[in-house]
Write a protein that binds this ligand. Structure first.
Ligand SMILES: [Zn+2]
Length: 353
């Protein structure tokens, strides 16, 4: 898992003429496999014996700065690469066109913009974080066929089946933060860890205006092992805040306004290198994210049950949008059958925040 760095692939191609036929042969391949490990370009170069005069195809502009590894531009130049085809430039401020400029000044031909939108889609969460200072927000919920997440009495276990819940655990294992509202924390007492553990350990975040998160909750009890952030409002009682801190939680004091407080948290998470944030509810918190047009991706599980009831809770509350035209709309929708559940996921059209 390479996040918070972008996913990058590199292919080295030798163009050769056999008789009268001009042909291209792939001589090397690589991808950036692990955060802190060698970049795709380096992997591709070491995968072949004679990279000189080859053409390198990369999904992202080669880096030109000393990060965790030496710059790729230097390695490409040294290897005698003839031409580099770049799908899209890297918006990261230490690269941002300089990688391409460096290759050109070394006499290497550079072609840009090949399959650019596909490459940008591949790394949409990374581009969003680097370009806006806000992480990619994934909303997840499980609901009945009639669009309810809990019965009139508040019961929600379990609307989706075991395999669907395993998919949620996989999702948790690849995000940097998991966010819930305090109502959900109190009602369900979730642990919010990935089981089995994924590649990443997500920060567990609770929106808790009045610092009500119980000290005996699973979240607080495991705060020493897996980070817990409690986002409180100005009205939180200091004794409660101190008790949470004493129990190992990190408390963030946020603005009173809910929308401002969402953005405040998201910017802190992005600054700390969080690329993907999963919002697991409840209804009010998902409603607040939806009202702020802050959701980028939706994962919805539909269980084969009908709850009914005017008082049953629906997944996304908040103020909502006043017309269908204004509503958030999914693109690239995929639907999978998971046993008797339907799993619907997709990205939303470009959002404001
Ligand atoms: Zn690099």
């Amino acid at each position: 898992m390479v996040e918070p760095n972008p996913m990058v692939g590199c292919v080295l191609v030798r163009e050769q003429t056999v008789g009268s036929v001009r042909d291209s042969v792939v001589i090397g391949e690589g991808f950036h496999e692990k955060f802190g490990g060698p970049h795709a370009e380096i992997q591709a170069l070491v995968s072949c014996s004679h990279p000189a005069n080859a053409v390198a195809y990369v999904t992202l502009e080669p880096c030109c700065h000393h990060g965790k590894t030496p710059p790729c531009t230097g390695a490409l130049i040294e290897a005698g690469i003839r031409k580099v085809v770049v799908a899209c430039s890297d918006p990261f401020n230490q690269v941002s066109g300089r990688g391409i400029a460096e290759l050109k000044s070394a006499g290497i031909a550079v072609q840009t913009g090949v399959l650019e939108s596909e490459a940008r889609d591949l790394n949409a969460p990374y581009f969003k974080r680097v370009q806006t200072g806000v992480p990619w927000v994934i909303a997840k919920w499980a609901m009945s066929i009639d669009g309810k997440i809990a019965s009139v009495s508040g019961s929600s276990r379990w609307i989706s089946n075991t395999q669907s819940r395993q998919i949620v655990h996989q999702l948790r294992g690849r995000v940097d933060a998991i966010v819930i509202g305090v109502g959900t924390a109190i009602a369900d007492d979730p642990l919010l860890t990935a089981r089995p553990a994924g590649q990443r350990i997500a920060r567990r975040v609770v929106f808790d205006t009045r610092a009500r998160l119980p000290l005996e909750s699973q979240l607080v009890k495991t705060a020493a092992d897996y980070p817990v952030i409690v986002v409180v409002g100005p009205q939180a009682v200091s004794d409660r805040v101190e008790a949470l801190e004493h129990a190992g939680c990190r408390v963030i004091a946020s603005p009173a306004d809910q929308r401002a407080s969402l953005e405040y948290l998201l910017r802190i998470l992005a600054d700390e290198g969080c690329t993907n944030v999963l919002v697991e509810g409840g209804s009010q918190l998902l409603g607040a994210f939806n009202d702020a047009r802050a959701i980028d991706e939706v994962h919805c599980f539909v269980g084969p049950i009908m709850l009914g009831g005017a008082g049953s809770v629906s997944p996304v509350a908040g103020a909502g949008f006043s017309s269908i035209d204004q509503s958030a709309r999914l693109r690239d929708i995929q639907v999978r059958q998971i046993g008797n559940d339907s799993y619907i996921f997709g990205r939303l059209e470009r959002q404001d925040l």
